[in-house]
Design a protein around this ligand. Structure first.
Ligand code: HEM
Length: 180
Protein backbone atom coordinates (compact mmCIF):
# COMPACT_ATOMS: atom_id res chain seq x y z
CA UNK A 1 0.00 0.00 0.00
CA UNK A 2 1.40 3.39 -0.90
CA UNK A 3 0.83 6.48 1.17
CA UNK A 4 0.49 9.80 -0.57
CA UNK A 5 2.23 12.90 0.74
CA UNK A 6 -0.07 15.75 -0.29
CA UNK A 7 2.13 18.69 0.58
CA UNK A 8 5.83 19.22 1.15
CA UNK A 9 6.14 19.81 4.89
CA UNK A 10 9.12 22.17 4.49
CA UNK A 11 8.28 24.61 1.68
CA UNK A 12 10.77 27.24 0.57
CA UNK A 13 10.16 30.80 1.70
CA UNK A 14 10.96 33.93 -0.29
CA UNK A 15 9.99 36.44 2.41
CA UNK A 16 12.41 37.63 5.13
CA UNK A 17 9.49 37.84 7.58
CA UNK A 18 7.87 34.58 6.46
CA UNK A 19 7.95 31.06 7.80
CA UNK A 20 10.27 29.40 8.40
CA UNK A 21 12.35 32.25 9.79
CA UNK A 22 15.62 32.62 7.88
CA UNK A 23 18.59 30.97 9.59
CA UNK A 24 20.64 33.56 11.51
CA UNK A 25 23.62 33.05 9.20
CA UNK A 26 21.44 34.33 6.33
CA UNK A 27 21.19 37.79 7.94
CA UNK A 28 23.73 39.42 5.54
CA UNK A 29 21.82 38.13 2.49
CA UNK A 30 18.23 38.24 3.82
CA UNK A 31 17.60 41.38 1.75
CA UNK A 32 17.93 39.25 -1.38
CA UNK A 33 15.04 36.95 -0.50
CA UNK A 34 12.20 37.20 -2.99
CA UNK A 35 11.64 37.37 -6.73
CA UNK A 36 13.17 40.18 -8.74
CA UNK A 37 12.79 41.21 -12.35
CA UNK A 38 14.11 43.90 -14.62
CA UNK A 39 16.29 44.69 -17.57
CA UNK A 40 19.96 44.63 -18.37
CA UNK A 41 22.57 45.26 -21.03
CA UNK A 42 25.16 42.79 -22.25
CA UNK A 43 28.42 43.14 -24.09
CA UNK A 44 31.56 41.17 -24.91
CA UNK A 45 34.37 41.87 -27.38
CA UNK A 46 33.65 38.66 -29.33
CA UNK A 47 30.02 39.68 -30.00
CA UNK A 48 29.06 41.62 -33.12
CA UNK A 49 26.56 43.69 -31.12
CA UNK A 50 25.65 44.55 -27.56
CA UNK A 51 22.30 43.17 -26.40
CA UNK A 52 19.39 44.03 -24.11
CA UNK A 53 17.78 41.45 -21.91
CA UNK A 54 15.18 40.94 -19.22
CA UNK A 55 15.67 38.69 -16.25
CA UNK A 56 13.78 37.07 -13.39
CA UNK A 57 15.74 36.04 -10.31
CA UNK A 58 14.50 34.23 -7.19
CA UNK A 59 16.29 33.70 -3.88
CA UNK A 60 14.55 31.45 -1.36
CA UNK A 61 15.39 29.38 1.72
CA UNK A 62 14.02 26.52 3.81
CA UNK A 63 15.27 27.63 7.22
CA UNK A 64 18.78 26.27 6.75
CA UNK A 65 21.86 28.46 6.16
CA UNK A 66 21.79 28.46 2.37
CA UNK A 67 19.85 30.24 -0.35
CA UNK A 68 18.31 28.55 -3.33
CA UNK A 69 19.11 30.67 -6.40
CA UNK A 70 17.31 30.58 -9.75
CA UNK A 71 17.68 33.02 -12.68
CA UNK A 72 16.14 33.09 -16.17
CA UNK A 73 16.90 35.66 -18.85
CA UNK A 74 15.47 36.42 -22.27
CA UNK A 75 16.71 38.76 -24.99
CA UNK A 76 14.79 41.89 -25.96
CA UNK A 77 14.53 43.65 -29.29
CA UNK A 78 14.95 47.41 -29.75
CA UNK A 79 11.30 47.94 -28.72
CA UNK A 80 11.69 45.85 -25.57
CA UNK A 81 9.72 42.89 -26.94
CA UNK A 82 10.94 39.34 -26.15
CA UNK A 83 13.27 37.91 -28.84
CA UNK A 84 14.28 34.50 -27.49
CA UNK A 85 15.14 32.65 -24.27
CA UNK A 86 18.70 33.28 -23.09
CA UNK A 87 20.84 32.38 -20.07
CA UNK A 88 19.48 30.28 -17.22
CA UNK A 89 21.20 29.21 -14.07
CA UNK A 90 20.42 27.80 -10.68
CA UNK A 91 22.26 26.87 -7.57
CA UNK A 92 22.93 27.20 -3.89
CA UNK A 93 24.55 29.97 -1.88
CA UNK A 94 25.99 28.56 1.33
CA UNK A 95 26.40 31.34 3.89
CA UNK A 96 29.14 30.91 6.46
CA UNK A 97 29.89 32.86 9.64
CA UNK A 98 31.06 36.42 9.01
CA UNK A 99 29.02 36.70 5.80
CA UNK A 100 31.31 34.48 3.76
CA UNK A 101 29.43 33.01 0.80
CA UNK A 102 30.20 29.81 -1.10
CA UNK A 103 28.02 29.55 -4.19
CA UNK A 104 27.46 26.57 -6.51
CA UNK A 105 25.90 27.68 -9.79
CA UNK A 106 25.19 25.60 -12.91
CA UNK A 107 24.09 26.59 -16.38
CA UNK A 108 22.57 24.61 -19.27
CA UNK A 109 25.51 25.76 -21.41
CA UNK A 110 27.66 23.15 -19.63
CA UNK A 111 29.26 25.49 -17.10
CA UNK A 112 29.39 24.78 -13.35
CA UNK A 113 30.83 27.50 -11.15
CA UNK A 114 31.95 27.46 -7.58
CA UNK A 115 32.22 31.07 -6.49
CA UNK A 116 33.28 32.48 -3.15
CA UNK A 117 33.03 35.91 -1.60
CA UNK A 118 31.53 38.12 1.04
CA UNK A 119 28.13 39.57 1.88
CA UNK A 120 28.09 42.82 3.87
CA UNK A 121 26.04 46.00 4.07
CA UNK A 122 23.68 45.24 1.21
CA UNK A 123 26.28 43.90 -1.20
CA UNK A 124 27.57 40.51 -2.26
CA UNK A 125 30.78 40.14 -4.21
CA UNK A 126 31.48 36.68 -5.61
CA UNK A 127 34.51 35.56 -7.60
CA UNK A 128 34.82 32.16 -9.22
CA UNK A 129 36.94 29.74 -7.23
CA UNK A 130 36.62 26.92 -9.75
CA UNK A 131 34.86 26.60 -13.08
CA UNK A 132 34.09 23.12 -14.43
CA UNK A 133 33.06 22.64 -18.07
CA UNK A 134 31.31 19.83 -19.92
CA UNK A 135 33.28 18.61 -22.97
CA UNK A 136 31.34 20.83 -25.39
CA UNK A 137 30.96 23.95 -23.21
CA UNK A 138 32.52 27.27 -24.21
CA UNK A 139 35.77 28.03 -22.47
CA UNK A 140 34.82 29.99 -19.34
CA UNK A 141 37.84 30.72 -17.15
CA UNK A 142 36.54 33.05 -14.46
CA UNK A 143 33.59 35.18 -13.38
CA UNK A 144 32.91 37.96 -10.89
CA UNK A 145 29.42 38.82 -9.70
CA UNK A 146 28.53 41.95 -7.80
CA UNK A 147 25.05 42.45 -6.26
CA UNK A 148 23.93 45.64 -4.49
CA UNK A 149 20.49 46.19 -2.95
CA UNK A 150 19.14 49.30 -1.30
CA UNK A 151 16.34 48.05 0.97
CA UNK A 152 13.81 49.92 -1.18
CA UNK A 153 13.29 47.21 -3.74
CA UNK A 154 16.16 47.77 -6.15
CA UNK A 155 18.84 45.19 -6.88
CA UNK A 156 21.78 46.08 -9.14
CA UNK A 157 23.86 43.36 -10.71
CA UNK A 158 27.18 43.47 -12.55
CA UNK A 159 28.79 40.38 -14.05
CA UNK A 160 32.38 40.11 -15.26
CA UNK A 161 33.53 37.24 -17.44
CA UNK A 162 36.85 35.82 -18.62
CA UNK A 163 36.01 33.43 -21.45
CA UNK A 164 36.94 32.30 -24.96
CA UNK A 165 40.45 33.75 -24.60
CA UNK A 166 39.32 37.19 -23.39
CA UNK A 167 40.48 38.75 -20.11
CA UNK A 168 38.06 39.35 -17.24
CA UNK A 169 35.71 42.17 -18.22
CA UNK A 170 32.09 43.21 -17.99
CA UNK A 171 29.53 40.95 -19.70
CA UNK A 172 26.32 42.12 -18.00
CA UNK A 173 24.83 44.93 -16.00
CA UNK A 174 21.21 44.99 -14.81
CA UNK A 175 18.79 46.75 -12.49
CA UNK A 176 16.05 44.58 -11.01
CA UNK A 177 13.02 45.47 -8.89
CA UNK A 178 11.55 43.29 -6.17
CA UNK A 179 8.26 41.80 -7.30
CA UNK A 180 5.48 42.69 -4.85
C1 HEM B 1 21.51 37.38 -17.78
C2 HEM B 1 22.40 36.46 -18.07
C3 HEM B 1 23.06 36.35 -19.43
C4 HEM B 1 22.64 36.76 -20.65
C5 HEM B 1 21.33 37.47 -21.01
C6 HEM B 1 23.67 36.41 -21.61
C7 HEM B 1 23.60 36.65 -22.96
C8 HEM B 1 24.57 36.29 -23.87
C9 HEM B 1 24.43 36.46 -25.30
C10 HEM B 1 23.23 37.08 -26.01
C11 HEM B 1 25.56 35.99 -25.86
C12 HEM B 1 25.88 35.93 -27.36
C13 HEM B 1 25.68 34.56 -27.89
C14 HEM B 1 24.21 34.26 -27.92
O1 HEM B 1 23.48 34.92 -28.64
O2 HEM B 1 23.80 33.37 -27.15
C15 HEM B 1 26.40 35.48 -24.79
C16 HEM B 1 27.61 34.89 -24.98
C17 HEM B 1 28.32 34.31 -23.98
N1 HEM B 1 28.04 34.31 -22.63
FE1 HEM B 1 26.45 35.17 -21.77
N2 HEM B 1 24.71 35.80 -20.95
C18 HEM B 1 24.37 35.73 -19.62
C19 HEM B 1 25.12 35.17 -18.62
C20 HEM B 1 26.31 34.53 -18.79
C21 HEM B 1 27.05 33.87 -17.76
C22 HEM B 1 26.60 33.78 -16.29
C23 HEM B 1 28.17 33.33 -18.34
C24 HEM B 1 29.28 32.51 -17.77
C25 HEM B 1 29.41 32.11 -16.57
C26 HEM B 1 28.13 33.68 -19.74
C27 HEM B 1 29.07 33.33 -20.67
C28 HEM B 1 28.99 33.58 -22.00
C29 HEM B 1 29.96 33.09 -22.96
C30 HEM B 1 31.18 32.23 -22.68
C31 HEM B 1 29.54 33.54 -24.21
C32 HEM B 1 30.18 33.26 -25.56
C33 HEM B 1 31.11 34.32 -26.04
C34 HEM B 1 31.65 33.93 -27.40
O3 HEM B 1 31.72 32.76 -27.72
O4 HEM B 1 32.00 34.84 -28.14
N3 HEM B 1 26.99 34.43 -19.96
N4 HEM B 1 25.77 35.71 -23.59
Amino acid sequence: MSETVPEHPYPDSTAPGGKPAPHELLAPVAGLLGTWDGRGQGTYPTLAEDFSYAQEVTFSHDGRPFLRYEARAWLLDADGAPLRPSARESGWWRVQPGGRVEALITQPTGVAEIAVGEAAGGTVELASHEVALTPTAKDVEATRRHYTWDGEGTLDFVHHLAAVGQPLQQHLTARLRRRP
